[in-house]
Design a protein around this ligand. Structure first.
Ligand code: 3PG
Length: 305
C-alpha cells in the first residue's frame, strides 16, 4: 500500500516522522509531496496512491479522477471544505477528517491575535486588556470550546452561539448561550468565528451582523476567509473606524483592507492556526492511524461521505 502525504504547507518534521512510524509499522510505503506549486504535481503524485493525507490542499474531481488506486483520503484537520465529497463517493473513495486534533493550536492563535489587536498592534499607544471584556464565540465545536477554556483564564465574560449545539450544552460548559447570532454580535466586545465554510455560512458574516457590535468591537477570524462578505465588511469598517478585524489567512481583498483600515487590520500570509508541531503531530498521526485502521480493519470512524 502506498500512502501519499500531499501538503502545499508542510507538516513539521516531527509529524512526518511520526506518520512514517505508523505507516512503517503497517508495512506501507510513505511518499511525500511537499510545497508543491502546481496542481499537475499533485495529479501526478496521486496516480498510484492507495491513501492520501492532505491539509487544506484541494482534493477536487480532477484529483480523484487521477487517483486511480485511491481508497481513502484523510484531511488532517477539521474543516473539509477542500474535499469534493461527491467526487469521492462516486469514485468509491472514503473521506475522513481528524476533528479536534488541532483545536487547541487554533484556539491559542485566537488569543495571540486578540492580544495584538487590543494592544493596538504594538504601535506604542495605550491599548486595553481582555479581562472583563465580553467574548462571543460563534460555533461551539472543538475550537470554540478550547477558546472558551482559554478565555476563562483571561477573565473574560464568555458567550457562544451554535446553530447545531443546544443552549444547554453551551451552558454546561460554563458559557452563556446567546439566543442567536444577532444577540452574540450585539452583546460582545469581541467575536471569534469558528463556523465551517458551507453554502449556508459563506459570506454570512457581513456588515449587517458586524455592524451590531459595540464601539471598539473586534472580529477575529481563524475559521475560513469564505465566511466573510469582504466587500460589505470593508465598507462597514470604513464607516465604523472603531472596529478592528484580525484574520488567519489573507482575505481576497487584503490589499484594500490594509490600505483602508490601517492600524485596525491584520492577516497572516499563510493559514497559521494549526501550524504548530503539536497540532501537526496530533492531526498527522491521527490521519495515519485512521488510514491503517480503515485499510486493515475497515474502521470508518470520522467518515464524511
Ligand atoms: C483546519 O480546518 O483543520 C484548520 O483550518 C487547519 O488547516 P491547515 O491544516 O491547512 O493548517
Amino acid at each position: 500500500m502506498k500512502v501519499l502525504i500531499a501538503t502545499e504547507k508542510p507538516f513539521s518534521k516531527v509529524a512526518v516522522d511520526g506518520i512514517k512510524e505508523v505507516t512503517d509499522a503497517a508495512g506501507y510505503e510513505l511518499v511525500l509531496l511537499e510545497k508543491y506549486t502546481e496542481k499537475s504535481q499533485l495529479l501526478e503524485a496521486v496516480a498510484d496512491a492507495d491513501a492520501l493525507i492532505v491539509r487544506s490542499d484541494k482534493v477536487d474531481a480532477d484529483v480523484i479522477a487521477a487517483a486511480k488506486q485511491l481508497k481513502i483520503v484523510v484531511r488532517a484537520g477539521a474543516g473539509y471544505d477542500n474535499l469534493d465529497l461527491d467526487a469521492c463517493t462516486k469514485a468509491g473513495v472514503i473521506a475522513m477528517n481528524t476533528p479536534g486534533q488541532n483545536a487547541n493550536s487554533v484556539a491559542e492563535l485566537v488569543f495571540g491575535m486578540l492580544v495584538m489587536a487590543v494592544r493596538n498592534f504594538y504601535n506604542g499607544t495605550s491599548g486595553t486588556e481582555l479581562k472583563g471584556k465580553k467574548l462571543g464565540i460563534l460555533a461551539f465545536g472543538n475550537v470554540g470550546r478550547n477558546v472558551a477554556r482559554i478565555a476563562k483564564g483571561f477573565g473574560m465574560d464568555i458567550m457562544a452561539y451554535d446553530a447545531f449545539c443546544p443552549a444547554e450544552a453551551i451552558e454546561a460548559a460554563g458559557v452563556t448561550a446567546a439566543k442567536n447570532q444577532d444577540e452574540l454580535f450585539e452583546q460582545c466586545d469581541v467575536v471569534s468565528l469558528h463556523i465551517p465554510a458551507t453554502p449556508e455560512t459563506k459570506k454570512s458574516i457581513n456588515a449587517t451582523l458586524v455592524g451590531k457590535m459595540k464601539k471598539g468591537g473586534i472580529l477575529v477570524n481563524t475559521a475560513r476567509k469564505e465566511v466573510i462578505d469582504e466587500e460589505s465588511l470593508l465598507a462597514l469598517m470604513q464607516e465604523r473606524t472603531d472596529l478592528k478585524y484580525v484574520a488567519d489567512i489573507k482575505p481576497d481583498m487584503d490589499a484594500d483592507f490594509a490600505a483602508k483600515c490601517e492600524g485596525r487590520y491584520f492577516a497572516t500570509p499563510k493559514k497559521m492556526g494549526a501550524q504548530t508541531a503539536e497540532a501537526n503531530v496530533n492531526a498527522g498521526i491521527a490521519a495515519a492511524n485512521q488510514i491503517v485502521a480503515f485499510l486493515r480493519d475497515g474502521v470508518t470512524k470520522f467518515k464524511l461521505n
